[in-house]
Design a protein. Structure first.
Length: 317
């Protein structure tokens, strides 16, 4: 199974871990627009695919159908802005397991991304560093002895590292402590972003003047603290057992019996259902089924799963 359909460490709270390394290739302007330069960079990368390894496959976005591109966005493998703004000139390197996806000619020449389910930053950064070293052995990066890796945006200069952990915080949200807690962790050099209701992403703010190991260690420590607080908040919710069970089974009932539902409403109901599964209230579903539901309630991946073009109606099911 692909990583996004697996349960990892601390998966009752931690959805996924991701590491991104922004890199630019020496000898090319940072924002490529010239077709000849774009083709030259692509050829340089394709010529070294065997040496880089990991069974990476080269794909140009413009050669892919819209549903396939959107499915990558929904999985979090490529950014929405990359899919929309770089449709004609962007490309990717991706492996079969889809835990490695490298954006080419996005904000930077290369955006090396490695993913894993659960709280697994240490293994993710290790693999990202291995890939980075392999590419660096074959393609010369733009590097400054003073500043480190040179990137198009100042926010990534230095290590060029952005690490992200996606957290599921329904109890903190329901006890109205999520915003307060995430506001506190911002003082520790971590930025939080709300995503899809009870799902939050936390990522590092600094890339310059710190090492990759310091970034990973700090983010991992902050994530562990948030996970601990979420579990404490769940114990508070469990004290009102009937109310919690009612909420979980109402959401489960709607999802089990409805004939049409929007992606947004499905996500909201799934949040209650996952909480019920995690704390043992709901026995009818498993972690694997929950992860599949999160993926296949997205329009493009639903179309791929059912092989039905529901997008023709302009509605999301």
């Amino acid at each position: 199974m692909n990583w996004y359909l697996q349960s990892g460490k601390e998966s009752d709270v931690a959805f996924s871990s991701k590491v991104e390394l922004a890199r630019n290739v020496n000898g090319y302007v940072f924002e490529l627009q010239n077709p000849n330069q774009i083709e030259s960079l692509e050829n340089k990368i394709k010529e070294n695919l065997f040496n880089i390894g990991y069974n990476l496959k080269f794909l140009k976005l413009k050669d892919m159908d819209e549903v396939s591109v959107q499915s990558l966005v929904e999985k979090g493998l490529i950014s929405k802005s990359f899919a929309e703004n770089k449709r004609d000139i962007g490309s990717i390197l991706i492996n079969e397991d889809e835990n490695i996806c490298i954006e080419i000619n996005g904000e930077n020449h290369l955006n090396i991304q490695v993913f894993a389910s659960g709280l697994d930053l240490k293994n993710v950064i290790k693999l990202a560093q291995e890939i980075d070293a392999k590419i660096g052995e074959n393609i010369e990066y733009a590097v400054s002895q003073k500043y480190g890796f040179l990137t198009r945006g100042f926010e990534n200069i230095g290590t060029g590292l952005n690490a992200t952990i996606k957290l599921y915080l329904p109890a903190l949200a329901k006890t109205r402590n999520a915003r307060k807690l995430l506001g506190i962790v911002s003082s520790l050099g971590v930025e939080s972003i709300a995503k899809n209701g009870d799902i939050y992403e936390i990522t590092n703010q600094k890339t310059l003047g710190v090492t990759e190991q310091e970034i990973i260690s700090n983010l991992h420590l902050v994530a562990e603290k948030i996970i601990s607080q979420e579990r404490e908040a769940r114990k508070i919710l469990e004290e009102n057992e009937i109310e919690l069970e009612d909420r979980v089974y109402r959401s489960y009932g709607v999802l089990s019996n409805c004939r049409k539902i929007s992606s947004r409403e499905a996500y909201k109901l799934l949040s209650d259902v996952k909480l019920g599964v995690d704390i043992g209230i709901l026995k009818e579903l498993t972690d694997l089924k929950i992860m599949k539901l999160y993926l296949y309630t997205n329009p493009a991946n639903l179309q791929k799963y059912t092989r039905k073009p529901n997008g023709q109606t302009g509605k999301k099911y």
